[in-house]
Write a protein that binds this ligand. Structure first.
Ligand code: PBG
Length: 337
């Protein structure tokens, strides 16, 4: 071997920059790690269904249950033991109607679940409540319909506002409007303030939510598939990124405290851009279809499911998400322990 050229100007010189130097030991890699992922960054979506005697598994979303209030309390305890403190709660009512009026029943299933969690765990947990009507309407759309089958925007907002106030009364720290109606954050903020929750209840707005084909398994769990049509009249077109940023800026202007991008992995550009544009706390929702794909491949032994879920969560954090909402929260937290 000829001696190694040391003149960096020599075309044969070895590179001065050798990034591998910092990858040489685990401790070094740790020292230069840019992004962290901890159980406290994870949010677990949980479903509670009225009238169940026993928790019920859902075939298209393995590992996810429709809970009773009791089994929900038990799962919350397990999640807390793993370091997960934020829960995103969805209610499935026994009775649905055209307006979704069970959503603001003070004795509704979600309200009872919130109160029970608050009673059992105090403020050790952060309770977020889904503020939408699709689980509550008999037609499965996110608000009341006009005669042509379009959601009536301002009437939907009225329902969200009533639901949000009843969720705040039941103990929610965060209300999370997911219906993509124009002005939903302003309507909810005004109603919360008028009801005395100006200082206590924050809004996590699904500002940048796409009309994705990845929500199928969720609709099985939440029993919220639209009976006719789809949600393209209110959710964003997957082709549009600038519009997704505009939606985020609008919600920030209306007083949203936390923003949310959904789905996650195919929309990392939006996670990044929304964070850059607003600087607000940001959640990314790794949705049911994304999770189901991981689970299916893992079941076949094609991938290591929890390891992939952890990498996905880390990548969402790297792109700009503060919080990662994922059905794999417990699996990931177990790996991090
Ligand atoms: C609607 C809502 C949906 C999800 C969360 N809130 C479904 C939809 O828009 O049809 C989907 C979440 C998931 O797929 O995991 N309120």
């Amino acid at each position: 071997m000829s001696p190694r050229p040391t003149d960096p100007a020599s075309p044969a010189a070895f590179p001065a920059a050798r990034p591998r130097r910092l990858r040489h030991t685990a401790a070094l890699r740790d020292a230069v790690r840019e992004t962290s992922l901890a159980p406290g960054d994870l949010v677990a979506p949980l479903f509670v269904k009225e009238g169940l005697d026993e928790p019920q598994a859902v075939p298209s979303l393995p590992g996810v249950q429709q809970h009773t209030v009791d089994s929900l309390l038990a799962e919350a305890k397990e999640l807390r033991a793993l370091g997960i403190r934020t829960l995103l709660l969805f209610g499935i009512p026994a009775h649905k109607d055209a307006d979704g009026s069970e959503a603001w029943n003070p004795d509704g299933i979600l309200q009872r679940a919130l109160a029970a969690l608050r009673e059992a765990y105090g403020h050790d947990l952060v309770l977020a409540a889904d503020t939408c009507l699709d689980e509550y309407t008999d037609h499965g759309h996110c608000g009341p319909l006009d005669s042509a089958g379009h959601v009536r925007n301002d009437d939907a907002n009225e329902g969200y506002a009533r639901a949000a106030v009843s969720q705040a009364r039941a103990g929610a720290d965060l209300v999370a409007p997911s219906g993509m109606m124009d002005g939903q954050v302003a309507a909810i903020r005004r109603a919360l303030d008028e009801a005395g929750f100006a200082e206590r209840t924050a809004i996590m707005s699904y500002c940048t939510k796409y009309a994705s084909v990845l929500y199928g398994p969720f609709r099985d769990v939440a029993e919220s598939a639209p009976s006719t049509g789809d949600r393209r009249g209110y959710q964003l077109d997957p082709a549009n990124a600038d519009e997704g940023v505009r939606e985020a800026l609008a919600d920030a202007g209306e007083g949203a405290d936390v923003l949310l991008v959904k789905p996650a992995t195919a929309y990392l550009d939006l996670v990044h851009r929304v964070k850059e544009a607003t600087g607000l706390p940001l959640a990314a929702y790794h949705v049911s279809g994304e999770y189901a794909m991981l689970q299916a491949a893992a079941e076949r032994g094609w991938i290591d499911g929890p390891a992939v879920a952890e990498e996905v969560a880390l990548s969402l954090r790297r792109a700009g998400a503060d919080l990662v909402i994922t059905y794999a929260a417990a699996e990931i937290a177990r790996r991090l322990a």
